[in-house]
Design a protein around this ligand. Sequence first.
Ligand code: 5AD
Ligand code: SF4
Length: 448
Amino acid sequence: MSAAAPAKRLYIKTYGCQMNVYDSERMADVLAPLGYALTERPDDADLVVLNTCHIREKATEKVYSELGQLKRLKAARGADGGAMTIAVAGCVAQAEGEEIMRRQPAVDLVVGPQAYHRLPELIARSHRARGERLAADFAPQAKFDALSSERRPSGVTAFLTVQEGCDKFCTFCVVPYTRGAEWSRPAEAIEAEACALADQGVREVTLLGQNVNAYAGEGGLAALIRRLARIEGLERIRYTTSHPRDMDEALIVAHAEVPQLMPYLHLPVQAGSDRVLKAMNRAHTAESYLALIGKIRAARPDIAISGDFIVGFPGEREADFEATLDMVREVGYAQAFSFKYSRRPGTPAAALPGQVAEDVKEARLHRLQALLDEQQRAFNAAQTGRTLPVLFEKPGRRPGQLVGRSPYLQAVHAAAPERLIGEIVPVRIEGAAGHSLAGVLEAGPESA
Ligand code: 5AD
Ligand code: SF4
């Protein structure tokens, strides 16, 4: 979806009434941000849309005969090494549904008048079904293998990419269009890179992916974590970002059983109102998210929960926003990221009615952040008096001081000798200041 993307040709044939003419224009509008420009002829089009009408008799048969001709054009494009996507929209699509694809297999997708805002998603999905990647036309595996062999980690913690892309199509988000389909790196390559990192002194890896818990290697993310937990020297494992939908039983059990897996989970919920969640296409409700959090906490009672939130999604009313605040109160977040909804061209939500005024978004964000900040401070303050294992990463701001991370990802400052960088050391927490903790080495700075 970048400005540099080559123009793709869109041919729309409109049958029937004025309403269809209007709808065809709207379809062209929602597709323009994806790089589609209208063309007059179907011959060289990348995407052909038949916007159909079935008000008159035999209209349906006319559509099938048109599709028969398009099938030949599509085959000719394919023979030239190109590709043509054929979509059927309008009233025939509504009436016949997927029957059309059964009768004419050259049709890639069928979209009824109620779903035109989802055209970008449907087109992306149909390209994926053919094994095409949108926008990301590199071979991911080659990219990672080339990058990882040159890797020189600079510290005792490192990121490790295990997954890319997203198939969730949240209606506000550009990632499914810009990063392409979900793709998982083979476990062997990940393990090899993790071993190399451990050999170079890395003690903690954070497994990265747009949808990291959708990791599709054998046994999923839980199996990958157990595999990496066997690597000598690798003491801590984290992962981010997860989708509630992919939080499977095995991963929850891993939080209870794998000591290297840190008790911290970034699990975005985005909103607390089911109406808004549905419009966001999140595939979870407030209740199912809360039930999931309950299961995770049953497995690992001390786990720190983090999240992402969007305020001012189109159509969000005061009561919806209140539901988000209720959700936050119910969960109790250790950390969180919150954003004002921002309209991204090409995403379905950008075309929704009920866009929320900027000052309303601003005020809601302010209220939400005040609550989240209060929760983070409370979570940090509750560590006072506890002894936590801290992985020291680097010198702190003051001389003689090191800074590291608690299992809950809090920054911890303590007076400690430099040789403890890369070590996990028990630190008694004496206080919380702002967003970090201060403590003293349990064994004292000299004897540690
Ligand atoms: N507007 C505001 N926030 C967004 N995010 C993604 N897209 C948008 C958008 N259009 C936020 C979500 C996501 C995080 C990485 O960014 O909360 O989880
Ligand atoms: Fe995918 Fe996350 Fe974007 Fe939703 S918000 S579409 S899950 S990357």
